[in-house]
Design a binder for this molecule. Structure first.
Ligand code: GDD
Ligand code: GTP
Length: 408
């Protein structure tokens, strides 16, 4: 049997999700009409003999309760949240809660980062893991070399699939095969984690350079990083395999990324479950429309759009590459492109709300002229205005044109 752990982090990591993270924690942000980690859970639930899904993080339990109840019922899978009282790091939580994870003696433990989107080929990953017989398998994917150093970089033996070398966000080029944040562990891997921790402590050497205040006091016995503290020393010791994944993959570090990830998931749905996509004369490409939304037949929607519950779309409206959330109203002849319109917002007649797309990960921070436009909940755009590449805080009312601004 198997279990899945999703590392969900906590609210301090959600700052780049402003303003939307004010209303909803990042891990529940809707992508292709489902909360971010629903996609992970759905894939995990399909693995035969999946006993339980454990979310580990430092959110307040109450913000996740409703999602866990609903999803667990819908997908008929047991889901549990374990709270880290203090930030334990990407391996600290896994190690601290190992008894609960290993309860019931699962044979395989999948570990997934929450802030990624991909096809989650967990069955293939598991088959590969079993074939190669090591106690840990990392899913790797090839990306353009110039972005590789923003991720964990993997050097793999082509013949044996062993991880030979691991470098976390290296300054110089190491490899364009990167760590996807999707792993499968055998139970013995938890023992190895424990040994590594003891070694780190007894050597007195602290490689935890992210936290200088900890360095001075000696090794932080609880904050343990899967990447630098575990994968780096274990590379080349016959412990870890790398599964080469070919397919879509992307990190979700800011709210704007959800628009690009939504496009990837919708493309995937077109192949795997086309029945969720809306087909009509006024729909172009892949579109999901909640059945409670009302869309005027003269509005033209798509490609790559999600329209949420109780949204109202007026006559002659045009929506492309966007996410329109619950109870928002888009008035007649308005145009919404590469934007996320938060809950209960309003876009006036003939207004144009546009983002300037940038499909290249990480370039957004270098090129401020490009970005997805985001309306926080309850924001309102008056009629006939143009809002281009802006982030609008909740409940703002816009009465003139804006360009490249964060509107507070
Ligand atoms: N529970 C818990 N506790 N979760 C955590 C913690 C923690 O202390 N710290 C991070 N996480 C979760 C985050 O929510 C996210 O899902 C995942 O762990 C990794 O987050 P980061 O620590 O921000 O790392 P990163 O995304 O910059 O890089 C990692 O992921 C890349 C793939 O997306 C590294 O593992 C890279 O090597 C990898 O390429
Ligand atoms: P933290 O680093 O978490 O504090 O968040 P940050 O927003 O300060 O940093 P980030 O690197 O995410 O973004 C840098 C700047 O790029 C932001 O302040 C925004 O101006 C802009 N930006 C980031 N993401 C988007 C987006 O999705 N759309 C638009 N229009 N701008 C964005």
């Amino acid at each position: 049997s198997s279990k899945t752990v999703i590392l969900v982090g906590g609210p301090s990591k959600g700052t780049r999700f402003r303003p939307l993270s004010l209303d909803i924690p990042k891990l529940l942000f809707p992508i292709a009409g489902k909360p971010m980690i629903y996609h992970h859970i759905e894939a995990a639930a399909k693995v035969p003999e999946m006993k339980e899904i454990i979310l580990i993080g430092f959110f307040k339990e109450t913000v996740l309760r409703k999602f866990i109840e609903e999803t667990s019922k819908q997908l008929n899978i047991s889901i549990r949240y374990i709270n880290e009282d203090k930030v334990l790091g990407t391996a600290g939580g896994l190690f601290s809660f190992r008894e609960q994870i290993l309860e019931g003696s699962p044979k395989n433990i999948f570990v997934l980062h929450s802030d990624i989107c991909c096809a989650f080929p967990l069955k293939d990953l598991l088959d590969f893991h079993n074939q190669h017989g090591r106690i840990c398998t990392i899913m790797g994917t090839e990306i353009e070399s110039k972005y590789a150093n923003q991720y964990g970089c993997l050097v793999r033996d082509e013949k044996t699939a062993e991880l030979l070398h691991y470098a976390e966000k290296p300054e110089t080029f190491v490899s364009n095969l990167i760590n996807c944040g999707v792993y499968v562990f055998s139970p013995q891997f938890f023992d190895v984690m424990g040994k590594t921790m003891v070694d780190l402590r007894t050597s007195g050497q602290n490689i935890n350079t992210d936290y200088p205040e900890i360095t001075r006091k000696g090794f932080d016995s609880e904050r343990l990083r899967l990447e630098q503290d575990i994968f780096v020393p274990l590379a080349g010791t016959g412990t870890i395999s790398v599964f080469p994944y070919i397919g879509f993959w992307r990190q979700i570090k800011n709210a704007g990324a959800s628009v690009y990830c939504q496009e990837l998931y919708l493309n995937h749905y077109a192949k795997t479950k086309p029945e969720v996509l809306k087909k009509a004369d006024n729909i172009i490409g892949n579109v999901i429309i909640d059945p409670t939304a009302s869309v005027d037949p003269t509005a033209l929607i798509g490609p790559d759009v999600y329209i949420g519950p109780n949204v109202k779309i007026g006559k002659g409206v045009r929506i492309i590459h966007s996410i329109v959330l619950d109870q928002t109203e888009i008035k007649d002849h308005a145009c919404v492109i590469y934007s996320i319109i938060g809950w209960q917002s309003l876009v006036g007649v003939w207004a144009r709300i546009e983002g300037i797309p940038n499909y290249t990960p990480f370039l957004y921070s270098q090129d401020k002229r490009k970005g997805v436009t985001i309306f926080g909940s309850g924001a309102q755009a008056n009629g006939e205005i143009i809002v281009s590449n802006c982030i609008v805080m909740p409940h703002k009312q816009l009465d003139r044109n804006y360009n490249n601004e964060i509107i507070l």
